[in-house]
Design a protein around this ligand. Structure first.
Ligand SMILES: O=C(O)[C@H](O)COP(=O)(O)O
Length: 478
């Protein structure tokens, strides 16, 4: 079965037209049985992860109206769960809604001889927002994480650093703030820049790369995990699911990427749904033999910012400094390991985060900038594999993209209708028009500069030139 050929109706809207997350029925507390997702009377209620798990919420902070309704865990649902596997990578589903206690005890057992380092890229404004406090509270109980690096960027003032240190104090000595805008770390960056290693572009990519360097200096850390800090309604189950595939002694994965449904009372994930999913199908039409495009097509949420990887990959992967970070990471994973060692995991939650604007007249910000960075990263990766792009390639790709994206809209509209989600078809049509323009515009950017703004070199290269760099970085952070 090729995805995209079928229409799916899912209680948790699936972004790429993949098979639904689960089929079956559930029961509301008054005994009424209905399709999964309908026993909770309001669609907004689904943003509260906890409402998914057999508890009765009288005061759901996300929606406040979950009272009197209960949802049976997936295991108790009547019907067949989604256990669909793609052809290249492994998918770890949320089949039985495993309880946090079980996951944590498995993780504690698995990490007896296996240290995990967690990277939290955060800006000063996200550090001051409510989700960060929740994240710290949850992590205080995550004793299976050996080291936590809060990589603080867009934080020019000493007070930003001081406040972050104060906020993470409950995490104890295992947590450190890596202040990327601070004078000491800037001094280290300058040293690299002067010797021709370009780390001049600030952003999430550089923050993540620097945190990897810090963790690499600790020889005990075997698994590196990363998640964003703007996740609304965070709980540490997300973290356990991201770590387990990497650390469980019975498994042999080297890279694990998260997926989830970005849904509240409507579908979000506009770039994934309206750009990346149709683009990958269009690329498959243009380059049916290309394995990398097929590999990307296996990911249910290729832009998720949450992933875990081995020490070896953290050392050998390059890191893009722009919005190409997620797709660029997948490109390096594809190059540096076997697809058999790659998995994606359902974080067993609906995921809400802060949203950026989609303003067509602002190509240097918001979702248009994100789209351009993603497209140029994909084009450059394909070119590096020997794919030849002519001007007409981008014209054809755009035409193909537009037609497929229109089909996607029809699918999302149907999915939204059956799930009682709001769906603004007009703004979705406007978005794909804007993204279609990006397809050719990114082609021009690529043609003008085929290798482009290079990614930050990998740590193997940096440590070859400066063997003591990571230990000096570590000292600086301490
Ligand atoms: O994941 C995405 O597609 C982008 O981050 C945009 O997400 P949003 O539509 O939920 O803001």
């Amino acid at each position: 079965m090729r995805y995209g050929d079928i229409q799916t109706y899912s209680p948790y809207a699936d972004t790429n037209g993949f098979p639904p997350k689960s089929f079956g029925f559930e029961k509301s507390i008054d005994g009424t049985i209905g399709p999964v997702g309908t026993s909770i009377s309001s669609s907004i209620c689904i943003i509260c992860t906890r409402c998914r798990y057999d508890d009765i919420r009288s005061n759901c902070f996300a929606c406040g109206i979950g009272a009197g309704k209960t949802r049976l865990s997936t295991m108790e649902q009547v019907g067949m769960p989604d256990f669909y596997q793609h052809d290249m990578i492994t998918t770890i589903h949320d089949l039985r809604s495993a309880k946090l206690d079980n996951l944590e005890s498995m993780l504690r057992e698995s990490t007896r001889n296996h240290d995990i380092g967690l990277v939290l890229p955060v800006t000063a404004s996200d550090m001051r927002a409510e989700p960060f406090d929740v994240i710290v509270r949850e992590l205080a109980q995550a004793d299976y994480i050996a080291s936590i690096v809060v990589s603080l960027g867009v934080a020019p003032d000493q007070s930003d650093y001081d406040e972050t240190c104060a906020k993470i104090a409950p995490l104890g000595d295992r947590a450190k703030v890596l202040w990327t805008d601070g004078p000491e770390v800037q001094g280290l960056y300058n040293e690299l820049i002067e010797s021709g290693i370009d780390v001049s572009v600030p952003g999430k990519g550089r923050s993540v790369w620097t945190a990897f360097g810090y963790l690499l200096d600790d020889p005990d850390i075997e698994t590196f995990v990363l998640h964003d800090c703007d996740i609304v309604d965070y709980d540490r189950q997300l973290l356990t699911r991201l770590c387990l595939p990497m650390v469980h002694p019975g498994l042999d994965f080297e890279f694990c990427k998260a997926y989830y449904a970005r849904v509240t009372d409507r579908m979000h994930g506009r770039v994934v749904r309206l750009l990346v999913a149709p683009l990958l199908r269009a690329l498959m039409q243009c380059f049916p033999e290309n394995q990398f495009v097929r590999f990307l097509g296996n990911f249910r949420y290729p832009l998720s910012g949450e992933f875990s990887l081995t020490r070896n990959l953290a050392r050998t992967n390059r890191v893009a400094s722009d919005w190409g970070l997620e797709v660029g990471t997948l490109a390096d994973v594809y190059r540096n390991t076997s697809h058999k060692r790659v998995c994606q995991v359902d974080l067993a939650r609906l995921y809400e985060h802060k949203h950026q604007t989609l303003a067509v007249d602002q190509p240097s910000s918001g979702l248009i900038k994100m789209a351009l960075d993603i497209l140029t990263t994909i084009y450059r990766t394909l070119a590096s594999q020997g794919i030849v792009f002519g001007e007409s390639t981008f014209v054809t790709l755009r035409a193909s993209f537009l037609r497929i994206a229109q089909d996607c809209i029809r699918q999302y509209a149907a999915d939204a209708r059956v799930n009682s989600l709001k769906y603004d078809r007009h703004s979705e049509e406007m978005a794909i028009e804007a993204f279609a323009q990006c397809v050719t515009q990114a082609g021009e950017i690529f043609a003008a500069d085929p290798s482009g703004n290079p990614s930050i070199p990998n740590w193997t290269r940096v440590r070859a030139a400066f063997p003591d760099f990571t230990s000096r970085l570590r000292e600086t952070v301490k």
